[in-house]
Design a protein around this ligand. Structure first.
Ligand SMILES: *Cc1c(COP(=O)(O)O)cnc(C)c1O
Length: 425
């Protein structure tokens, strides 16, 4: 459930009419709902009720400072994958002991940043990284809690670009090698082995891959304990999917996911961490665009919007589906006809969908994309010199711009011309 509904024929975000935001900030823009973000966090927190746990929001899904501040205020932890994300987390108010550091390519600089600023744990993804972290921690005279990310070789049954738990993926170490790697970890100075990490992919629409992976983690926990390691924290990753297509069967709910966690690892007495990103932010956001032209082609028509692949790349990158619909509710008897919905960028890839049944739309009409709150604004670029679009946060009957649209001068002045080129005009 989200908080984007028609009220008197006009799409609202909570109590705010979308056309009101459009008139104020211009299109295209992203809009997020505080109530939906809060509810989604709460669903996960409740799902693990009774177990010692921390929900660590995977901020790569949506790392706006306001969204992060909201998560921090709710009591969430946060999963970061870069020094930039670490800095964003601290700036939004997360204390170091609520920040988990993941990612395959952590640099020495990033390690120093987190070790001096405070960190809950590092999730180690390779042996060379483990050695590097040991060296940095020793040099700084600290001991850092670590888990090792294992690849359970489970098929997450999701898009190949977001599957991470198979042996051919770049993440983590093969689970079969885990005991050796933990043995090595225990000998390295500056590292305190506290647990196991696993994250098998994103947009999972079934519970079975989680169940298989977590059972393997439970087995490994027992093995590592018998090897003498004090395994007391399990980071189970994120990845629970969201319903992008409303007509399709809905993916499992956080409560069902919580049951899987309880059933597979609940008996081990470990503190549980989970790292949801998409499920918290995805359906808490819309992308809103205006129609520039309706173009009649040979055999097919095109709805040309002012939003493009640089603003929302998911359809071009993962063939992702987004529900796309008019901000003004169509008449009950409106006739739907198939149309291609595209942006103005000069690439055929700049196509949001083909032959989508849509009610009649005219130039100037506002169009909304559902499920755009995660992996939307964070993946945007200024390709075709289209300035980044604003982000707006709604809270009840008020809305605030939480990232302003840069001016064209801002965009152009980010570049600089070398002195030797200056006089060449
Ligand atoms: C991307 C990622 C997540 C979040 O995945 P979602 O599908 O957005 O829930 C969690 N943990 C790690 C390590 C990730 O890379």
């Amino acid at each position: 459930m989200d908080h984007f509904l028609y009220q008197n024929g006009v799409l609202h975000a909570e109590e705010v009419a979308i056309p009101e935001i459009a008139a104020s900030v211009g299109t295209p823009f992203y809009v997020y709902s505080t109530a939906t973000l809060t509810r989604h966090y709460q669903l996960f927190d409740d799902a693990l009720d009774g177990m010692d746990h921390l929900v660590c929001y995977a901020m790569k899904a949506n790392s706006n400072q306001a969204v992060l501040r909201l998560m921090a205020s709710l009591g969430a932890g946060v999963d970061v994958v870069s020094g930039g994300e670490y800095r964003r987390a601290r700036a939004a108010g997360f204390s170091g002991d609520r920040i988990v550091f993941s990612g395959v390519g952590k640099t020495v600089e990033e390690m120093e940043l987190a070790l001096t600023g405070g960190i809950r744990q590092f999730n180690i993804e390779s042996e060379p990284e483990m050695v590097a972290l040991s060296e940095v921690a020793s040099r700084l005279g600290v001991s850092v809690p670590i888990t090792v990310r294992v690849k359970p070789d489970v098929d997450a049954k999701t898009h190949e670009k977001i599957a991470t738990g198979k042996s051919e993926n770049k993440f983590g170490i093969p689970i079969a090698k885990a005991r050796d790697v933990y043995r090595q970890a225990a000998t390295l100075p500056g590292l305190e082995v506290i647990g196991i990490d696993v994250h098998i992919g994103s947009q999972l629409t079934e519970l079975e891959p989680f169940e298989t992976a977590y059972l393997k983690v439970a087995e490994l926990t027992e093995e590592l304990r018998s090897d003498g390691h004090d395994i007391r924290r399990l980071d189970l990753g994120g990845g629970l999917g969201i319903p992008y297509e409303r007509s399709n069967e809905a993916p499992p709910l956080p409560t069902d996911y919580g049951e899987v966690v309880r059933r597979t690892v609940g008996h081990l007495g470990c503190e549980i961490e989970i790292e949801p990103g998409r499920l918290i932010a995805g359906n808490a956001g819309l992308l809103v665009a205006s129609t520039i032209y309706v173009k009649e082609g040979e055999g097919r028509d095109f709805l040309i919007l002012d939003a493009a692949m640089n603003d929302l790349i998911r359809p071009a990158m993962y063939s992702a589906f987004h529900d796309i619909f008019p901000v003004i509710e169509p008449d009950a008897g409106a006739e739907y006809a198939p149309i291609d919905i595209v942006g103005p960028v000069c690439e055929t890839g700049d196509t949001f969908t083909r032959q989508r049944p849509m009610p009649p739309v005219e130039a100037g009409d506002l169009i909304a994309f559902r499920s755009a709150g995660a992996y939307g604004a964070v993946m945007s670029s200024e390709y075709n010199s289209r300035p980044l679009i604003p982000e707006v946060l709604v809270h009840g009957d008020q809305f605030d711009v939480i990232r302003a649209r840069p001016t064209y001068e801002d965009m152009i002045n980010r570049d600089s011309i070398p002195a030797w080129l200056e006089g060449l005009d």
